[in-house]
Design a protein around this ligand. Structure first.
Ligand SMILES: [Zn+2]
Length: 61
């Protein structure tokens, strides 16, 4: 089954909504994928992955 909704997600660093096909990079962390919009967000995410993952999970309930 295909759903358009599933292609829209949030960048865990800047919290911007985007289509995952347009994400700059996809990172796997603890069996989940996270999509970052730009190199800047990627380096922020790498620096403090746990913090961003926790915040992301709180917001995307
Ligand atoms: Zn971003």
């Amino acid at each position: 089954m295909k759903s358009k909704k599933n292609n829209i997600l949030r960048d865990p660093v800047c919290m911007r909504r985007m289509n995952k096909n347009k994400a700059y990079v996809k990172i796997k962390y603890e069996d989940e994928f996270y999509y970052l919009c730009c190199p800047k967000c990627q380096s922020e995410f790498a620096k403090d992955t746990k913090k961003y993952v926790e915040r992301y999970k709180e917001i995307n309930v």
